[in-house]
Ligand binder design. Structure first.
Ligand SMILES: [Zn+2]
Length: 208
């Protein structure tokens, strides 16, 4: 699929949960030519470090391991995109009160089986993250925190607060923790302002 050039350092973080920001690493799921932020394995690691899902030392190590196992690293990126699409469809089904597809649940459950047990918590720069017992060389490590974040959210009361941006062509998801639960946009500075500008011009030209 053709994609628009992007840099993972630039992707906006508006989801409010790791798994939702992971779903938002493509802009968007609704476009035929999306902006793809996860173009290679190191993008996934850089994104994970940026969101404190991996520490810098671990991220650097995984990039070194991936350089020695490039075929596997590419397969992890394809797996990450498959998981991302499945999570997007599951959360979309939740938002629209539809039954999720069995195939999408199978993708998430299959990834969970492949992930290790959550055997401890670790202090991170942003609080705590789930830890695991060994110093694994598994290249799918960046996806484990995403998976656990998704499962924790989907099985919590907070899952009712997951919303999708109302911006035209924007698929981004976020947790609406506003007091009135009336947040409509992934970002007021982006989709919100675009909507206001379109409404302004529509009103202006109607008068002409
Ligand atoms: Zn948006």
């Amino acid at each position: 699929m053709a994609t628009v050039n992007t840099c993972v350092h630039d992707v906006r973080l508006v989801g409010g949960r790791l798994c939702l920001d992971f779903v938002n690493t493509v802009d968007s799921h609704l476009k035929s030519v999306p902006k793809e932020y996860l173009k290679c394995y190191s993008d996934l690691v850089v994104w994970s470090v940026r969101l404190y899902a991996l520490n810098q030392e671990r991220g650097d190590y995984l990039i070194q391991v991936a350089a020695q196992r490039p075929v596997e690293a590419n397969a992890i990126i394809e797996h990450a995109k498959s998981l991302r699409s499945a999570l997007y469809r599951i959360f979309s089904a939740l938002i629209h009160r539809h039954k999720p597809l069995d195939n999408d649940l199978d993708i998430v459950n299959g990834a969970l089986v492949a992930a290790p047990y959550r055997s401890r918590i670790l202090a991170s720069a942003n609080g705590f993250v789930w830890g695991y017992a060994d110093e694994s060389q598994a290249l799918d490590q960046p996806l484990w925190q995403v998976l656990w974040s998704a499962v924790d959210l989907l099985t919590s009361a907070e899952c009712q607060l997951v919303c999708q941006c109302a911006g035209e062509g924007c698929s981004w998801l976020f947790l609406d923790t506003s007091r009135t639960h009336s947040r409509r946009w992934c970002s007021m500075a982006d989709c919100g302002n675009r909507f206001k500008a379109q409404r302004h011009y529509a009103r202006h030209y109607k008068k002409l």
